[in-house]
Ligand binder design. Structure first.
Ligand SMILES: Nc1nc2c(c(=O)[nH]1)N[C@@H](CN(C=O)c1ccc(C(=O)N[C@@H](CCC(=O)O)C(=O)O)cc1)CN2
Ligand SMILES: NCC(=O)N[C@@H]1O[C@H](COP(=O)([O-])[O-])[C@@H](O)[C@H]1O
Length: 204
């Protein structure tokens, strides 16, 4: 049973669905820590209410090096063996990422390698793609460039705004991330067919 840490910066809905999937026995893990770089991250309360240890390591006003050293200290103290980035909005340095090589996942709200970085739904609408979706990938020093574990595809609907597309993509994230994490941790990671969502995984 792997001890995992989940890093967030905001609402934490992906963190919450991972907690639920673990509780249902669908992900062979236990959550040792939920950590945020923002004290106002709503996901911290969700984790705390679930009895999960939480930590805040503010990134504002800190060098990237000092910030990451504090994060690493918390991860080691918690005994984390695997890290899930779930809406964690900081680009991580090569040194930090390499210390977690093969043991850190991220969820990105586009079909990588399309639309890396931020403001991805604006990019997708601007590009007039017919489909979008989300990607779970291993984290490497190259931003959003790591090996893909799984992807979920959703249609872009006429009249979509960044918010309506984000909502549709996030529903897919909540199905994809727990299953992808389960597969990375040696679990089955099965997904029931979902209307309007195509999900596929890659051996990594
Ligand atoms: N080295 C890597 N770091 C991170 C990766 C990665 O693949 N390699 N994934 C990202 C997640 N992410 C998109 O999925 C992402 C997060 C944040 C940013 C970004 O530009 N952040 C700014 C600060 C923004 C803020 O604080 O609001 C920054 O760090 O300067 C881009 C992409 C996580 N990290
Ligand atoms: N580039 C990183 C990025 O944009 N991540 C996105 O942040 C959201 C966090 O939501 P959550 O806090 O409710 O899980 C998620 O939609 C995730 O794809």
């Amino acid at each position: 049973m792997k001890k995992i840490a989940i890093l967030i910066s905001g609402r934490g809905s992906n963190m919450a669905v991972i907690l639920d999937a673990i509780k249902r026995g669908e992900v062979p893990a236990e959550v040792a820590l939920v950590l945020s770089n923002r004290a106002d991250a709503a996901g911290l309360q969700t984790a705390s209410d679930a009895g999960i240890p939480v930590a805040v390591v503010p990134s504002k006003g800190k060098s990237r090096e000092d910030f990451e050293a504090s994060v690493q200290e918390e991860l080691i103290h918690a005994g984390a063996e695997f890290v899930c980035l779930a809406g964690f909005m900081r680009v991580l340095s090569q040194g930090f990422v390499e210390a977690w090589s093969g043991r850190m996942l991220n969820i990105h709200p586009s079909l990588l390698p399309l639309f890396r970085g931020l403001h991805v739904h604006e990019q997708a609408l601007e590009a007039r793609v017919a489909v979008s979706g989300c990607t779970v990938h291993y984290v490497t020093p190259e931003l959003d460039g790591g090996p893909i574990v799984g992807q979920a595809v959703v249609p872009v609907e006429p009249g979509d705004t960044p918010d309506t597309l984000a909502e549709r993509v996030q529903k897919a994230e909540h199905i994809l991330y727990p299953a992808a994490l389960a597969r990375c941790l040696g679990g089955a990671g099965n997904v029931l067919p979902q209307p309007g969502i195509l999900i596929a995984f890659r051996e990594v």
